[in-house]
Design a protein around this ligand. Structure first.
Ligand code: SAM
Length: 225
């Protein structure tokens, strides 16, 4: 349950400096960039850790609703930063990723400004199989409008799941939304993030071990009409 969660009044009320100390400007004490990639329901953080070296200059944030899981990811990132701190070539390694506890279905625009994000990932979201539970799914019409708000024009929503029914649900809602357009299989086959997303998350590894299927759908955030 999430009723004890605290939400910032606005993105400006967040102490982002404490999340990315390696990117704080020594003179101003401030970050000179904003989070650009979000991993919603990041679980144990495998995607964050593999995205980190692929986008070394981009700030990446995982959002996770479970307390213990969030704490685990925090510890994992602290340990990785420690291991790499003395390596001069990789001084900033893993400084560009962090995790926050939060319910992404509530108040996402309190964390991110309009058009702030270039990529949002939904990797193996909870399927909520029962019909009466479908409204709890992480992709719905009204949530898509929030995702469109925080995504910049040309930004991308990445989805992957092993549950065909959920895949079809996400595609249906994204297709219906006027601000999203599907990227084709050819685009998917050339995109670095699709490759990472297929193999990096803990859930994705489990699906591989069980020889399960992985359904991918990526959508571009269109320009405002
Ligand atoms: N993305 C990870 C992966 O692929 O390994 C985790 C997948 S796991 C099946 C789904 C995760 O989403 C869980 O860790 C769950 O706690 C988290 N989650 C579910 N609803 C959420 C919400 N509204 N906001 C943030 N995280 C959520």
């Amino acid at each position: 349950s999430d009723h004890q969660l605290e939400y910032p009044k606005s993105p400006y009320a967040m102490d982002w400096e404490s999340f990315y100390p390696g990117f704080v400007n020594q003179e101003t004490g401030k970050l000179n960039k904003k989070v650009e990639i979000a991993d919603i329901g990041c679980g144990f953080g495998g995607l964050l850790i593999d995205l980190s070296p692929a986008f070394p200059e981009t700030l990446i944030l995982g959002m996770e609703i479970r307390v213990q899981v969030t704490n685990y990811v925090e510890d994992r990132i602290i340990a990785l930063r420690q291991q790499h701190i003395n390596n001069k070539d990789f001084f900033k390694k893993y400084q560009n990723i962090n995790v926050i506890r939060g319910n992404a279905m509530k108040f996402l625009p309190n964390f991110f400004q309009k058009s702030q994000l270039s990529k949002i990932f939904f990797c193996f979201p909870d399927p909520h199989f029962k019909n009466r539970k479908h409204k709890a799914r992480i992709i719905t019409n009204s949530l898509l409008s929030e995702y469109a708000y925080v995504l910049k024009e040309g930004g991308i929503i990445y989805t992957i799941t092993d549950v065909l029914d959920l895949h079809e649900w996400m595609v249906k809602h994204l297709e219906e939304h006027p601000l999203f357009e599907r990227l084709d299989k050819n685009w998917e086959s050339q995109d670095e993030c699709v490759k990472i997303m297929l193999n990096s998350t803990e859930e994705g590894k489990k699906v591989t071990r069980n020889n399960g299927s992985k359904f991918v759908a990526c959508y571009k955030r269109l320009n405002n009409p």
